[in-house]
Design a protein around this ligand. Sequence first.
Ligand code: FOL
Length: 192
Amino acid sequence: MLGLTIIVAATKSNGIGKNSGLPWRLAKEMKYFAQVTTNAPEGYANAVVMGRNTWESIPKMFRPLPRRVNIVISGNNKYEVYVVPDLTEINDAIIHSEIRGRSIYAEALDLSATSNSLAVVDRVLLTRIVSPDFDDCDVFMPDFLKDDESTSNKWERASHSDLEEWVGFKVPQGVQKEDGVEYEFQMWTRPT
Ligand code: FOL
């Protein structure tokens, strides 16, 4: 089974986007995203799987995200990048590019439940935006911590050293402050 990791920055009410972009501009948080998604074993590249709206939200000069295999989920197969019709096709896409992330997050989290898929989300790299609230977000991710109350395999927060070990580099611990925004790098896992 292929373990997928979700990487996301979200407020306490799970806001992730506003006006087709990020609700905040956090240079160090963005660096973390770039470093985590780029860092792969020698001779390998990670695949970054995203929806079309996210793809279009990435500034043209930064896309495709360098040194990563960019896979975009879209119904339009004539699109400008490597496209898969839905998440169940990503195993193939990833395996064929020889490498080892409507609502893609919701679909990904559900894949595990409806498990006729070979892929399962067993890890979330969550940057929790502690404050301010950014209560004018217009895109949200599912509350993965609440949604699994009924299931037996529950999400658990990993220790900071486990986070560092998994991403492969030192990560600032505790609440970070950048431009008046407070946030924390977290890792959550669940048994598969
Ligand atoms: N996850 C986290 N933790 N933070 C995010 O901001 C984030 N953003 C997205 C998905 N997961 C995330 C989607 N949005 C770029 C822009 C928007 C975006 C994702 C990436 C981007 O331009 N990245 C470049 C720039 C790196 C830099 O500025 O240092 C990259 O190379 O990754």
